[in-house]
Design a protein around this ligand. Structure first.
Ligand code: RAM
Length: 353
């Protein structure tokens, strides 16, 4: 990993605490945005811009790390103020009222991780009509509702790494299941589709059978129960892929005290700090993720470049993302942050997020 903003030595906990404070202000309805000039040129762009992050949901430790990076990025990019607002659940329409409030407030840049690619679109279009720039991150909206999509990694790579890990862990054959977040999440569904295609087309995986997909809704309790349900419904299950930090942690917790510990493999996308005990106790061998703070950080810089008019989101546009250097806009407004990292007992202690 080239540059990690949250490698050991920087405090992920501090970020989390500060984000909780911001969230508390937002939830009481007291958060204010400054309605600044929308800034049409590079020269008048610095100084009074406002940026608001709307994650899929607030009560998600992954989100806290992303938003910590977002806050750092907003400051480094020169925003006058940044804030976080959002729902407590990741349901399809839960973000709409928050978008509308930002439109009312005249916020310059809205950064959103969409719970549903369609549900947020009418509200985002209104925000754009009012002059706001829209940066989707983590989970995309429909392409015509945002200016750019800042993605952690190439979506197909995320899918392939998880398949490779599960295949290694179950010896290349047997039944597997996917325990996802919500059924509408754009990012989850894209990864799952790539996994399904690869399972069908790659002869290396011809002996692996995906028996079911279940949804824990990025809710710890529901994810735990879904994991338990999987084991009851599929007694021959060899492995579970959970491409969500909430799902993989809840599943690991279930497996760790069950008779399936060490027998049913679990991989997916997890936070090293949450997964550490389960790697150390042998419940989980290897899982993957990127540095979530970098996602928020790059999204803030993309927002500033859009607001300043130095990029419009077209293919080939370039912008500086502070410490992380130059980023390029690809086809369909896609900005890639960095490659996924695989965590196991040998390297997990090197990471702190
Ligand atoms: C969960 C969320 C998020 C996803 C990560 C990996 O926290 O579903 O959208 O990107 O996991």
């Amino acid at each position: 990993m080239k540059l990690s903003m949250t490698r050991r030595g920087r405090s992920g906990l501090a970020l989390t605490a500060s984000m909780i404070a911001v969230t508390a202000i937002a939830l009481t309805g007291c958060a204010s945005t400054d309605s600044g000039d929308k800034g049409g040129s590079d020269n008048d762009s610095k100084g009074d811009q406002t940026i608001t992050f709307i994650p899929k949901q607030l009560n998600n430790p992954y989100t806290d790390v992303v938003l910590g990076g977002g806050k750092d990025g907003a400051q480094a990019a020169g925003f006058k103020s940044s804030q976080v607002v959002g729902p407590l659940d990741a349901s399809a329409s839960s973000q709409v009222s928050f978008i509308n409030a930002e439109t009312q407030a005249g916020t310059n840049v809205i950064v959103i991780a969409a719970n549903d690619p369609d549900a947020v679109c009418p509200a985002l279009k209104e925000a754009r009509d009012g002059g706001a720039k829209i940066v989707a991150f983590d989970s995309d909206t429909n392409k015509d509702c945002r200016d750019v999509f800042v993605s952690q990694v190439v979506a197909k790579d995320v899918a392939l790494i998880q398949l490779k890990l599960i295949s290694e862990q179950i010896g290349g054959e047997g039944e597997i299941a996917i325990l996802s977040a919500t059924a509408n999440a754009t990012n989850q569904n894209e990864w799952i589709t790539y996994m399904e295609e690869e399972l069908k087309s790659n002869p290396d995986y011809s002996k692996i059978k995906l028996v079911t997909k279940v949804y824990g809704d990025d809710d710890d309790t529901k994810s735990f129960q879904e994991a338990q349900g999987l084991m009851q419904a599929y007694p021959n299950l060899k492995g579970i892929i959970s491409p969500t930090t909430v799902g993989i942690a809840a599943t690991a917790r279930y497996l760790s005290t069950s008779e399936y510990k060490g027998k049913v493999a679990l991989t997916g996308l997890g936070l090293p700090n949450e997964m550490r005990p389960f790697v150390k106790d042998g419940t989980v061998t290897e899982f993957a993720l990127w540095d979530p703070a970098q996602l928020g950080y790059v999204a803030a810089f993309a927002g500033m470049a859009l607001d300043a008019g130095t990029i419009t989101g077209k293919e080939g546009d370039k912008f500086e993302a502070g410490d992380l250097g130059e980023r390029k806009v690809g086809a369909d407004g896609l900005v890639i942050v960095g490659p996924p990292t695989v965590f196991n007992k040998d390297n997990i202690d090197d990471y702190d997020f």
